[in-house]
Design a binder for this molecule. Structure first.
Ligand code: ATP
Length: 449
């Protein structure tokens, strides 16, 4: 994990928030490369969940919502984690994570296990951030919550989307956006933070078909990570145990929740990357009851009004981005005694797709060719020009940030063959490609990759 954290800082993927003031716990900023990587993860998700499908539409809803939303959804009453305090060190821990949480004073022991530890009984702590709306005093009448999940924005817009998009069951509504949870123990870099982005999709289907759709979505989401290059041996599926199911997933008519887990190097067992839940008809029924609105689907074939069941694949953007980084990071021996750090990100995710490098930065003719080519490439893809080190160092720098291709322009290019050298990040093989073909060559290869 230290390796990833240090790479992220050194190369501008992720910085500690408010670092010049000593940092602000559990908050992070994405730097120039991080923001591109994150955007690529979002694009890949949106493409596969919305744009490539006929049965799913996207929306974007506000973070602040009517407080009744959170009463209806059950979050005010039950969105809690069990909290224990240590009377000795004043530490606060999640009671259900004690088997993995080190004691603050004696990190070689688990919390509660060192001799002076004195843990209190667990009490339920609500994870929602509360705030007050408007320039009036802070009282119960103007309470609002920062949303702890994006899902409720989809449920309260169910009828709006149904009437405007004229979708037939089964269909889905997807969105991504920021959520907030006042986590008791945030940590492990961007794995668990108090402010994070989610990518969620609510798939509404006939209750009789929900079990089959649940399985289909588990398979599809698992495959998404594989398609984006995550190594199969690091992924696994785990159905939730009865005692960890969310309130909506406990319904006996449902099929619970299955997590896609990843073998994170900082955990001693695989941890949740994404959850796929069968939320049954809990949310629509609750909102119908609390709002007095009809939230049903009229099936013209059976002439019946049904309350659809909902299958929800819910992923975290920061957690997925971290997972792609961890999985892609390799130390490779190039030749005896010479190693390189390479980020084998899937080309779709790589923040920069191609770097154009001059072999001699003092030759104007070489630099001119590089700059013209970079300008051309930039119109189609994320390209960069770099001449701030020797070619060997430039290659290593691009390897470390996951750039799939480097193009080198040399004396031969301008004086002889009008061709350039294309170097592949993974194989390190170099190929001579004519200057007028190289743009298409790179774009075509990225497309297949
Ligand atoms: P966990 O068990 O890790 O607390 P959860 O089961 O509460 O997660 P969900 O409510 O299913 O999480 O949220 C969907 C996804 O959102 C998670 O799989 C994870 O990727 C992401 N996520 C949830 N909480 C956080 C957080 N505090 N920081 C970063 N990502 C989060």
């Amino acid at each position: 994990m230290e390796e990833i954290v240090s790479l992220c800082k050194r190369r501008g993927f992720v910085f500690q928030s408010s670092e010049i003031y000593g940092g602000f716990a559990s908050c992070y900023d994405y730097g120039p490369l991080g923001v591109e990587l994150k955007r690529n993860v979002k694009d890949a998700w949106w493409r596969s969940m919305v744009q490539e499908r006929d049965d799913i539409v996207g929306i974007e809803t506000s973070i602040l919502m009517h407080p009744k939303v959170w009463e209806a959804s059950g979050h005010v009453a039950t969105f809690t984690d069990p909290l224990v305090d240590c009377k000795t060190c004043k530490g606060r821990f999640r009671a259900d994570h004690l088997d993995t949480t080190p004691c603050l004073q004696k990190p070689s022991k688990l919390a509660g296990q060192a001799e002076p530890c004195q843990l209190t009984e667990a009490r339920q702590f609500n994870l929602m951030f509360k705030t007050h709306v408007g320039p009036v005093g802070e009282d119960e009448s103007n309470i609002a919550y920062l949303r702890p999940e994006t899902a409720q924005g989809m449920f309260v817009n169910f009828a709006n989307v149904l009437t405007t998009s004229r979708k037939k069951l089964p269909f889905g509504i997807a969105q991504m956006g920021t959520s907030f949870r006042n986590e008791i123990t945030p940590g492990n870099f961007v794995f668990r933070t108090r402010e994070f982005e989610q990518m969620e999709m609510e798939f509404f289907c006939h209750p009789d078909e929900a079990a089959a759709w649940h399985q289909k979505w588990i398979d599809a989401r698992y495959q998404w990570y594989l398609d984006l290059g995550v190594r199969r041996e690091n992924l696994s599926l785990r159905p939730h145990e009865a005692d960890e199911l969310s309130h909506y997933a406990r319904d006996p008519r449902g099929t619970g929740t299955v997590d896609i887990e990843y073998a994170y190097p900082f955990m001693d067992k695989p941890g949740e990357l994404e959850g796929i839940a069968n939320r049954v008809d809990h949310d629509l029924k609750q909102h119908a009851a609390h709002s007095g609105q009809k939230l049903t689907y009229f099936d013209p074939q059976t002439n019946e009004h049904v309350v659809p069941f909902v299958i929800e694949p819910a992923a975290g953007l920061g957690r997925a981005t971290l997972t792609f980084l961890i999985d892609a990071l390799r130390e490779e021996e190039v030749k005896p005694g010479d190693t390189r750090t390479v980020l084998k990100l899937h080309p779709r995710l790589a923040p920069i797709k191609v770097a154009v490098l001059p072999l001699l930065k003092k030759r104007d003719d070489i630099v001119n060719v590089c700059q013209q080519l970079t300008r051309d490439l930039k119109k189609k893809t994320a390209a960069t020009y770099d001449d701030t080190a020797s070619i060997g160092k430039l290659y290593r720098r691009q390897d470390e940030i996951g750039t799939p291709f480097c193009i080198t322009v040399d004396v031969e290019t301008v004086e002889n063959d009008q061709a350039v050298t294309v170097r592949d990040r993974d194989t390190m093989q170099q190929q001579r490609v004519s200057l007028d073909q190289v743009k298409n060559y790179v774009l075509d290869t990225l497309e297949v990759g």
